[in-house]
Design a protein around this ligand. Structure first.
Ligand code: WQD
Length: 338
């Protein structure tokens, strides 16, 4: 069974390729390497003993996408990670985000609806909820006005898929709304490789711990939370990867109740920024240098998942704790800093 993983050299994509190979799927990766490296193939191969097929293709090139599907007519499922994902950059360069995140999705879907049957897993995000009114957040929470073009591309992506599934019964899709992915594979062969200054909390923490960054700035401690800092649901990337395999299996085995479904993928537990810092200090034995600064524009106060649907319908539940995920992130940081 051949599965296409777009963005398969990226952080979540590479971990998902490993889990797919562990389950016996043949994997072909498309990646334009704009935010990843071909070296990740070595890491995947070291873990699983199998090198996935890889083609360096920019999905914005329609003719290249059409040619790929002609040559790989036996692809039965697609897990679509390839997208630009920096919230701040999306505000500065909206057209880059709409072209790269939406244009490419349309080209992929056009190929899939032409097949007799196709299974499609879409990388979505809890960002579609904005600041939800109730915690924990369920899949029926309203989608709110996006805070950024990046978030808008996730909302629009879901709508495009839903509309396409409505008139193409041969297309079966699941959108997975990730909360905050973190950590690295326990083998320390693959992990997060942020380019430049990390925007996300966990890589900034581990780089500060490794001495790459002078000090972590905590963006505000005057929020209405237990310790004043924002609350997020930090999900271990291997747990997240396994959710993709289960979602794909659900579609391949025809177990889905509708040909477009949505699942939250989180731990169901919220952690404040200061609690994440404490977790790092506990697992690393190091004191983290940080200071409280002003709030970051666009940040919401609290987000953590209601995971009932994923637990009961998808049969998936996160297995790893924040400390275990943080330990893997720290091990990876130490490994890549040599
Ligand atoms: C987490 C918390 C910050 C950095 C974003 C995207 C989301 C998804 C995950 C792609 C917040 C605080 C952070 C720092 C800090 N990305 N923080 N100092 O913003 O919840 O979600 O990444 O799908 O779509 O929106 O994650 O890691 O940036 O921030 O205090 O140097 O850590 O204020 O409270 P976020 P994050």
């Amino acid at each position: 069974m051949k599965i296409l993983v777009t963005g398969g050299l990226g952080f979540i994509g590479s971990h998902t390729v490993v889990e797919l190979q562990n389950e016996g799927y043949e994997v072909v990766i498309i990646d334009d390497c704009s935010n990843s490296s071909e070296k990740v193939l070595e890491g995947i191969t070291t873990i699983t003993g199998k090198t996935p097929l890889f083609e360096k293709i920019d999905l914005k090139e329609k003719s290249k996408v059409e040619d790929f599907f002609k040559r790989h007519a036996d692809v039965q499922g697609v897990i679509h990670f390839a997208a630009s994902k920096a919230v701040g950059e999306s505000v500065e360069k909206p057209l880059l985000y709409y072209e790269n995140n939406i244009g490419t999705l349309v080209y992929l879907l056009k190929e899939l609806v032409a097949k007799n049957k196709a299974s499609f897993i879409f990388s979505s995000s809890c960002t579609v909820y904005g600041q939800a009114d109730e915690m924990p957040i369920t899949e029926s929470a309203p989608v709110k006005q996006a805070e950024s073009p990046y978030g808008n591309t996730k909302q629009m992506g879901e709508e495009i898929i839903a509309d396409t599934c409505k008139v193409n019964a041969n297309l079966n899709a699941i959108a997975l709304r990730y909360f905050n992915p973190m950590g690295a594979h326990p083998s320390v062969q693959i992990g997060e490789l942020p380019i430049g200054v990390p925007q996300n909390l966990v890589p900034f923490i581990t780089q500060t711990g490794a001495g790459l960054r002078e000090q972590l700035s905590v963006f505000g401690d005057d929020y209405p939370t237990s310790d004043g800092t924002c609350v997020r649901d930090y999900i271990y990337v291997v747990d997240l990867a396994k959710a993709h395999v289960l979602a794909l299996k659900r579609l391949l085995e025809g177990k889905n109740s509708d040909n477009y479904e949505v699942f939250n993928v989180g731990t169901g537990k919220g952690s404040t920024v200061l609690e994440v810092i404490k977790s790092f200090e506990k697992v690393s034995g190091k004191k983290l240098n940080y200071k409280i600064v002003d709030r970051r524009a666009g940040d919401i106060t609290t987000a953590y998942a209601d995971t009932t649907k994923a637990n009961e319908v998808l049969g998936w539940k996160s297995q790893y704790s924040l400390d275990e995920a943080m330990k893997s992130a720290w091990n990876w940081e130490q490994k890549i800093r040599g």
